[in-house]
Write a protein that binds this ligand. Structure first.
Ligand code: ZN
Length: 537
């Protein structure tokens, strides 16, 4: 059962990739997906050296997000059985839809595969975790590397997910590999790849087999060179992970076809996705003929869907300006313990939306707590510094949004300590608490947290902003549920959340609440926090 499900999942993902490739060939894309079992991205220094075949788990991958192109969009499911966090870039370009379609397809495949498992094991859970790096080259080209993994409770190893996209921004089209590299110079390119591979990943030196064009199948235009992605298991043993090699453009010379002195390319123009009747529709993914037909998805009315929520005809239609913004004076910096208070908390940033929320908090003299993803902190250093400078708190929400309740002790330690370090380097704050992704807690997570001196902070008000993405619904949910002592969950990665906050913050103040940090709220109620304990308010 285990094995067959795993294979079915590979088939499903392969089917997606084949769809992607056939479409890409028509659209000029080079997104040729590569899948192999086992865990995700590896960076220099985190791979295990060859050790005679020992199967020690690799260190948790550490990775700093590079986001030179696009705003991050997140497909997220906080309520199992499929825990999902799929981040992909959207830039308002004609190519956005294809990238979004790929991301939703990953979610749908994982959900379908898990649905098959749930028939035999109602307790089965899965997790899909995908991140991206994106680069801009001379403002003319963008490169995107999507990577991550899918795992479920019974899998021996997670499944890798790797996808690349290269975009000609002036034309709004995907580039094919042959538009980027002159394959007539393949020998020279492979020679450079070998040199740079050994320089950047020295442990590969004695294991490099004969190179051919397959080694150049996943390439990404970077700002500092061409990235060649060597997917896990394709070229090296699995414990090497997925390797990325950067080839300097100066070394590629005329083999790099996008250089300034090259004649303009003529890639196949991409048809607008909505007008191409032959293109697959974005979501939901149509039934896959390779899917197990005997295992229909159990209907789960409580499970949120990753697709934009359909309009509920029975829901009251919000009027255009249902909630006039009350005019309130900024709240004072001191807490009056005799007056009601509550804490706003924001997860999954920092992002471009965080600044909008900081503007509002500053305007109203309010405070909040930001639970940040460690790998995003360095690229938003000014934002987290500003948050702290106006009295807000910046705490951790794991390094890369993995479900910490599924990780080993050493992996959890890496996630918590690396995140605390990067926050402390940027803000000077090292708070004695964090928020676990999905609110998911295990005994191991509790005991490691106790050992490291962290309390675990969940929430007792969830306006479901990650699901609805609707400012009116978010506003209504918060105003309906807010009480003295509430700890409110939101996400500083959605425009709808920032928009809702422009009304939520003054409305809560007008109702008499003091908007305080998590530390202020919990210290007021509990005194000092206890390491290893989970708090909801
Ligand atoms: Zn989160």
């Amino acid at each position: 059962m285990k094995k067959s499900c795993f294979c079915v999942f590979l088939l499903l993902l392969a089917a997606i990739m084949i769809v992607g490739c056939s479409k890409d060939s028509g659209l000029g894309g080079n997104g040729d997906g590569t899948l192999s079992p086992d865990t995700g991205q590896s960076t220099p220094g985190t791979s295990q050296p060859p050790d005679g075949g020992a199967q020690a788990p690799p260190d948790p991958p550490l990775y700093h997000a590079i986001m030179e192109y696009g705003d991050p969009e997140v497909i997220k499911n906080n309520n199992g059985p499929l825990y999902a966090y799929i981040r992909f870039p959207q830039a308002g370009d004609a190519t956005d839809a294809v990238i979004a379609e790929w991301a939703y397809g990953i979610y749908d495949s994982a959900e379908t595969e898990l649905a098959g498992m749930l028939v035999n094991d109602p307790t089965a859970t899965g997790e899909v975790n995908v991140h991206f790096d994106s680069w801009l080259l001379d403002g003319k080209y963008a490169g995107i590397l999507q990577f991550g993994s899918y795992s479920h409770l019974h899998a021996a190893h997670p499944t890798d997910i790797v996808q690349t996209y290269n975009i000609d921004l002036s034309r709004g089209v995907f580039l094919e590999n042959k538009d980027i590299l002159d394959m007539a110079q393949q020998e020279e390119i492979l020679g450079l790849l070998r040199v740079m591979l050994i320089a950047q990943h020295p442990h590969t030196e004695n294991l490099i087999a004969d190179m051919d064009e397959r080694w150049l199948s996943l390439i990404v235009v970077g700002s500092d060179g061409l990235k060649v992605v060597l997917a896990r298991y394709e070229f090296f043993p699995g414990y090497f992970g997925t390797l990325t090699v950067t080839l300097p453009y100066s070394g590629l010379g005329s083999a790099f076809l996008l250089g300034a002195d090259q004649p303009p390319l003529n890639p196949i123009p991409m048809a607008p996705p909505s007008t191409d009747p032959t293109a697959p529709t974005p979501t939901p993914t149509p039934p896959d003929p390779t899917a197990p037909t005997s295992t229909p998805t159990p209907p789960d009315p409580t499970a949120p869907t990753p697709t934009p929520p359909p309009t509920d005809p029975t829901a009251p239609t919000p009027t255009p300006t249902p909630n006039p913004i009350p005019i309130v004076p900024p709240q004072s910096g001191d807490i009056d313990p005799t007056r009601p208070m509550l804490a706003l908390s924001f997860d999954d940033g920092p992002s471009a939306k965080t600044s909008l929320i900081l503007d509002l908090l500053e305007q109203y003299g309010a405070r909040a707590t930001f639970f940040t993803i460690g790998n995003l902190v360095n690229s938003h250093g000014a934002t987290v510094k500003r948050a702290v400078s106006i009295g807000c708190e910046v705490a951790g929400h794991s390094w890369d949004h993995k479900n910490l309740s599924k990780l080993s002790e050493s992996e959890i330690k890496g996630q918590l300590l690396d995140t605390r370090s990067v926050i402390e380097e940027n803000t000077g704050l090292a708070l004695p608490f964090f928020r676990p992704p999905y609110g998911a807690v295990s005994d191991t997570l509790r005991s490691v947290s106790r050992e490291l001196g962290f309390a675990l902070i969940n929430w007792n008000v969830d306006p479901m902003d990650w699901d609805t993405r609707d400012a009116d619904l978010i506003f209504n949910a918060i105003m309906h549920d807010a009480r003295n002592g509430s700890l409110i969950l939101s996400h500083d990665i959605y425009g709808a959340t920032a928009e809702a906050m422009s009304r939520v913050i003054p409305a809560l103040i007008a109702e008499g609440y003091q908007l305080v940090t998590v530390t202020e709220l919990l210290n007021h109620k509990h005194g000092a926090l206890e390491a290893g304990k989970v708090y909801y308010n």
